[in-house]
Design a protein around this ligand. Sequence first.
Ligand SMILES: [Fe+2]
Ligand SMILES: [Fe+2]
Length: 165
Amino acid sequence: MGKKGREIVEVDVEELLKELNGAYADEWIAFFYYTWAKDFVEGPDYPTVASELDRISKEEFEHMSELADRIYELGGEPERDLEDLQEMATCKKVAFPKNERDLEGVLNAVADAEACAIDVYNELLKKLSPCYDRDARTFHLIEHILSEEIQHEEAFENLLEKKRR
Ligand SMILES: [Fe+2]
Ligand SMILES: [Fe+2]
């Protein structure tokens, strides 16, 4: 980040970098599992579920990349060790059913993963919000990601509801 860009940040940068790296790890994990699941699903309704998983996995990838940009701007480095990524993540695993035709099971698993992401970003936003102007750039980034995680949960829950009808 440029000199002035760093000067205006008035938060504990080390602590924030830890949080951002944790979220960065969560995004990689979501991207990995959703990408895996889009090829795993089978059965009559699988095209809709697969295309939603594909669309949302790309947004998780974007989140990961946006977080990496912010980590660099703050003078940090995104985690480069895969094993450490897994360790740092809050939402470590998406527990898919054994049966690839169990689309309800798949949708429940990804809706739970989104709920975990919502908690992570909501907590982070709460930490930043009392004095959001001390790091407005991070605040708005997290706010943007949170709103997309809320949309993801909604999208998966809507598909679940359709399946149950
Ligand atoms: Fe995400
Ligand atoms: Fe998401």
